[in-house]
Design a protein around this ligand. Structure first.
Ligand code: SAM
Length: 212
């Protein structure tokens, strides 16, 4: 998701109370920030935050972290927080390549990847959030019983992700190529902004759940 650059968005984010400015200083002690030992769920590439903020509202006993690379996109989520503040969610503006410097070993229970950028050129494959390089990073921060949930409408990216899960020697716990018609996997589904847009166009939504 690329929005028009909003002048001053970096400065607004730097002063925002829901946005963590120096996340590496919290590695291993996120529970101190939230003042509880609740499980920590992370969404990478959260866009404007609709999905994660709905989850946070519905699940007050889970702590959520939304990671987004672009200030102008993250700013939209922070504006929504002004309207509807939630105690169990924080945001980080960063490139997820550095995720292992932000969370300690086994600190995270679940990672959500929704409609991740496809990076269609082969030479950019390592940048895909479902590449084996990223699964290796997730391996370092996920709990032993943790998992990754990934949704997309992009079939090539979905096929690539299944290959990478096998290469990373992860387990494929669940998989569907038509989530909205899968009576089991659709239970509790929260739509993301992209999911709403692409399913309205008639694109099937694919989902997988994988664990180390
Ligand atoms: N998840 C949202 C949804 O489903 O509506 C947004 C999907 S949008 C296509 C992908 C988002 O991931 C963009 O906002 C992009 O800036 C962000 N993103 C892509 N690569 C990232 C990375 N390495 N680290 C953090 N955010 C990233």
């Amino acid at each position: 998701m690329r929005l028009r650059n909003i002048p001053g968005s970096r400065e607004m984010i730097a002063e925002n109370k829901w946005c963590i400015q120096e996340p590496t200083t919290l590695q291993g002690c996120w529970d101190e920030l939230f003042k509880n030992n609740n499980p920590l769920h992370v969404e990478i590439g959260m866009g404007k935050g609709q999905f994660l903020m709905t989850l946070a509202k519905n699940n007050p006993h889970i702590n959520y972290i939304g990671i987004e690379k672009y200030s102008s996109v993250l700013l939209r989520a922070l504006q929504k927080m002004e309207e509807q503040p939630l105690e169990n969610i924080k945001f980080i503006r960063m490139d997820a390549e550095n995720i292992t410097s932000v969370f300690a070993k086994q600190e995270v229970s679940r990672i959500y990847l929704n409609f991740s950028d496809p990076w269609p050129k082969d030479r950019h494959a390592k940048r895909r959030l479902t590449s084996k390089e990223f699964f290796s990073r997730y391996n370092q921060i996920l709990k032993v019983d943790g998992h990754v949930e990934f949704k997309t409408d992009n079939e090539s990216l979905f096929d690539f992700s299944l290959e990478q899960i096998a290469l990373a020697k992860w387990n494929l716990d669940a998989c569907t190529r038509d989530l909205h018609h899968d009576t089991d996997m659709i239970v509790g589904n929260i739509m993301t902004e992209y999911e709403q847009r692409f399913s309205a166009m008639g694109n099937p939504i694919m989902k997988l759940i994988a664990s180390p």
